[in-house]
Write a protein that binds this ligand. Structure first.
Ligand SMILES: [Zn+2]
Length: 298
């Protein structure tokens, strides 16, 4: 979807899950309205346990999204593993398809999911099997004319499938696939406090631009939060102010390298940090606009 017209920024900002301050009985459609009241313009529906949503509810979400100009995405159930046994994959495949089909009815353009775990397989073999299975799901949705992008997310633990490189490579091979770049997960994944500086964030954006060109850099889908981690990676999400994440550096890198798309906040205080992210980015974007954009990217 186009940029957020009300702020004229290349990124839309929002929350994963209904804002905490939305009316209790308003459902996701009420959440969409609350997003707009907060001055935000994106919402990710957190269908993370299962896809249990009626046709009516989908229609209400879609109508509210159009009325309030809020871009909708779906976080598919956690229980999807592209590297699972055939039996387990049959169930995961149905969950991913269900999230995409219902999501499209709710007006979602992007379906985000966790690609799975390596289990005992070598990373290269797991990557290949995941590629085959993801291609088949993408093909099935194209045949059904379910017009969504599938977004494998970068994951926060070294045992999980989903390095930045893997998500870029799947996206190179499959037409309607692009990464969901969770920068907090990428920070937690090595477990040593690295991937938390302007240069490392900018290098990640250059990798996306080199692998996917404008299709990747100008249509980013970003998850972001503070994060607690051990040497094995992610433990839990934290509010920005209570974490070590260098969020100002991230938003400067996004502005300086001319990226565009959506940023969805996943901190415990949800909309409070989503607004902080938007304000931080708006300042960085204005500063970058006074300088020439790096011309060597795409
Ligand atoms: Zn996720």
């Amino acid at each position: 979807m186009s940029k957020a017209a009300h702020l004229d920024l290349p990124f839309r900002f929002g929350t994963v899950g209904t804002p905490l301050s939305a009316p209790k009985h308003g459902g996701s459609a009420g959440g969409v309205q609350r997003i707009r009241e907060l001055g935000l313009s994106a919402l990710e529906l957190a269908w993370v346990q299962s896809v249990r949503v009626s046709e009516d509810a989908c229609a209400r979400i879609r109508q509210a999204a159009e009325q309030y100009d809020v871009a909708i995405s779906v976080h598919a159930p956690y229980y999807i593993n592209l590297n699972a046994t055939s039996e387990m994959w049959a169930a995961g495949r149905e969950r991913l398809l269900a999230a995409a089909r219902a999501g499209a009815k709710a007006g979602a353009t992007d379906i985000i999911f966790h690609p799975g775990a390596y289990m005992k397989r070598a990373p290269e073999a797991a990557y290949r099997l995941a590629l085959e299975r993801l291609s088949e799901v993408a093909e099935t949705l194209r045949k059904e004319k379910v017009n969504v992008l599938l977004r494998p997310e970068t994951m926060g633990k070294s045992a999980m499938l989903g390095t930045l490189e893997e998500t870029i490579n799947w996206s190179r091979e499959i037409e309607n696939v692009l990464p969901c770049v969770d920068f907090a997960h990428l920070h937690a994944r090595p477990g040593d406090g690295s991937f938390n500086s302007y240069d490392e964030f900018a290098d990640a954006l250059r990798l996306i631009a080199a692998g996917l060109g404008e299709r990747g850099l100008k249509h980013m889908h970003i998850h972001f939060s503070g994060i607690a981690y051990t040497s094995k990676g992610e433990k839990r999400h934290l509010n920005l102010a209570e974490s070590d994440i260098q969020y100002k550096a991230l938003f400067r890198a996004l502005a300086d390298l001319g990226a565009a798309g959506r940023v969805l906040c996943e901190t415990p205080n949800l909309e409070e940090d989503a607004v902080l992210m938007q304000n931080t980015y708006a300042r960085a974007f204005k500063a970058a606009a006074r300088r020439p954009v790096e011309k060597t990217l795409t």
